[in-house]
Design a protein around this ligand. Structure first.
Ligand code: G
Ligand code: G
Ligand code: NA
Ligand code: MN
Length: 249
């Protein structure tokens, strides 16, 4: 577990960076926001996927400082610079449970002068929310700062419906596996049922993993609010924004 050791050093050693993937507002055709995605450089120069290092950082607690750093960096390099109106940042439930997280975000907002409304935190359903009251408390503290709260990877966790019932998410991101399965007869019905469920609950809907024009036409027909995926744009560094073609960094 070499990774566990140098995750603590990654910020000081300048081994961590952020990439930003665009989110399209389907109706207006404008880039509504970008999602912040953490990148880690190994000492040998190769890149380590968050799928690998985030679970380790969650176990060791390093995610708390890495996550705080990501919020601050996204604020300074994207929002203060006015490269885009809004950014989303992935936030681990471990961060939401740690004392002082909302306060540390509040401090970043005051130091950078960024309005909380320009941030959305993407939360992945996972933990049993009903047994974790400190998470709901933290979420309401973040809301009091103006921060938008989005549900990420909807449909993959074991507690999807209880999260939807307990927290008033601004936007729900449907996990990309559902769009891919929508190409199959049974998958299509499931996809449309999920859309109805989320929409009837009053949340905006973002579909992830949009890769083809055919999928985008399908989403338009269903009246979906937002899309993200390789068709809209890949994750790229801050300096690629604003893009010359606003829909394609
Ligand atoms: O973009 P990529 O495939 O590398 O992202 C893989 C996974 O890692 C995604 O599920 C994404 O939500 C998650 N992830 C990316 N950046 C962060 C981060 O800063 N914090 C947390 N908790 N998860 C992240
Ligand atoms: O779990 P989360 O949705 O945050 O995952 C983000 C990850 O998904 C990133 O690693 C990103 O590179 C990847 N990703 C983004 N768009 C697409 C896409 O259109 N297709 C596929 N297969 N992966 C994507
Ligand atoms: Na995400
Ligand atoms: Mn996701």
């Amino acid at each position: 577990e070499d990774i566990a050791l140098w995750l603590n050093e990654a910020i000081a050693q300048d081994l961590v960076a952020l990439a930003y993937q665009p989110i399209l507002d389907i109706r207006t055709g404008r880039m509504e926001a970008v999602e912040t995605l953490m990148r880690l450089k190994a000492p040998d120069g190769s890149s380590i996927s968050p799928n690998l290092f985030v679970p380790i950082a969650e176990r060791t607690g390093a995610i708390i400082e890495l996550g705080r750093w990501a919020v601050e960096k996204a604020c300074t390099e994207m929002l203060v610079e006015n490269r885009i109106e809004m950014v989303t940042v992935n936030v681990s439930p471990i961060q939401l449970k740690a004392p002082g997280f909302a306060a540390s975000v509040g401090a970043i907002l005051s130091e950078t002068g960024v309005a909380g409304q320009r941030l959305a935190f993407e939360i992945t359903e996972g933990l049993d929310l009903e047994r974790q009251p400190e998470i709901a408390t933290c979420i309401s503290d973040l809301r009091a700062l103006g921060i938008n709260i989005w549900l990420d990877d909807f449909g993959t966790g074991f507690a999807s419906l209880s999260w939807l019932r307990l927290i008033d998410f601004d936007t729900v991101k449907i996990d990309r596996s559902f769009l891919h399965d929508a190409g199959l007869p049974r998958g299509k019905a499931m996809f449309q049922d999920m859309i109805s469920l989320v929409r009837n609950h009053g949340h905006k809907i973002l579909i992830e993993g949009v890769e083809t024009e055919e999928q985008m036409a399908f989403l338009r027909k269903l009246g979906i609010d937002k899309a993200q995926g390789f068709l809209v744009g890949r994750p790229v560094p801050a300096r690629s924004y604003p893009p010359r073609d606003p829909n394609r960094p």
